[in-house]
Design a protein around this ligand. Sequence first.
Ligand code: URA
Length: 237
Amino acid sequence: MERLQKFIASSGICSRRKAEELITSGKVKVNGIVVTELGTKVSFEDTVLVNNKKIVYEKKVYYMLNKPRGYISSVSDDKGRKTVIDLIHDKRRIFPIGRLDYDTTGLLLLTNDGEFANLMMHPKNEVPKTYAAKIEGKMSMDTLFSLRKGVLVEDIKIIPKQVKIKSYDKKTDTSIVKITLIEGQNHIVKKIFASVNHPVIKLKREEYGNLTLGKLRSAEYRELTEAEILDLTKKKS
Ligand code: URA
């Protein structure tokens, strides 16, 4: 048995708050009868209609994808570009949690669970994300230390949880730097490195919370285990 508003929100048609509004405004029927009481419990055997349309309950699913370059992190694209959804063979209403840029590769989570997605993206939950960035030039120790102290990106001070220089390639004059952030703003890593005059050439997200890509190759994906889902949500809800 599930509370009616949760049942409706779980189908992916709207948020729980919106579902509550639909119920209290008389738009929801359970087994043919209008129900306006928020606490009402329903089960899968009940027929729930919202605006006279049947709610189809979808089992929740959680995927980790190793995103290739050249895909947008969205469910559709008005320019007709390939999206990460094209890589997932699942007919449910899956969407990416946050985004990786078109040219960024690596660990991306996808789900049909809106509440889980909100939980992951809420700043107070501080899920650390680790990126390997190939940047132009050789980073000085001074720059490294100033990055660690924090840099201003569009007037917001960003203090990375960790920054480490992994290597420098003299031939191409590029470096590999690993950076761990809890922030998730669009293009944040590129903006951070641009702010210290080291433009990003390539970017890969390697870790999300305790998750790593493991053996997943580019464009491969797998379901998260229950333990992994629990670990991501613990202390957060
Ligand atoms: N930061 C970026 O600049 N790009 C990404 O894709 C992710 C984080």
